[in-house]
Design a binder for this molecule. Sequence first.
Ligand SMILES: [Zn+2]
Length: 207
Amino acid sequence: MSEYVDRLVCSACGAAFAPESLHTVCTHCGKPLLVSYRLEALRGRFRPELLAGRVRSLWRYAEVLPVPFDAARSLGEGWTPLLPQPRVGRLLGMPNLYVKDESLNPGGSFKARGLVMAVAAAALRGVQQVGLASAGNAAGALALYAARMGLSAIVFFTGGNAGAGRVGVPTGRGAGASGARHHRRGGGGFRSVPPRASRRVQCGDAS
Ligand SMILES: [Zn+2]
């Protein structure tokens, strides 16, 4: 864990939690927890030149990540290209419009960024099985990183087969998927997915 990690803070109610312990969501209100960093301390020590020569992935920003870099946990997430969009930019009156192609992340979506951290943090705390509810992309990223780090994964689709059809990544031991109406757990892995589904362009909070 970065020496600059201060504490975990609830995104809704502000309750604080010790970063060394195992948490899922806020025990007071059930909302997600965010990592809070001691940015004032970092401000005095960090210089952009420190990034030169570091690994070309999101792991290069080690000071503001909750998990230390280990190549055995990474699949090269981040470092996706910014693509100029002059035609759309002209239409919108934005001459310097760029789109970041997050489909080049492992698993084909920006969900790789958060879930590599979540699964790694869980693995470092002794967790052996992880799970979440998802419409597809998060499930794929979870299964991908669980397989990478030797954990088993369970994903829950909220109904029908829409989510299951979008999961197309290799899975590790015991990975399974289930839905409210279609229970699809199994030990082999998720079914394959058409190539078009793995090239989705994400619009979200990735950077
Ligand atoms: Zn809370």
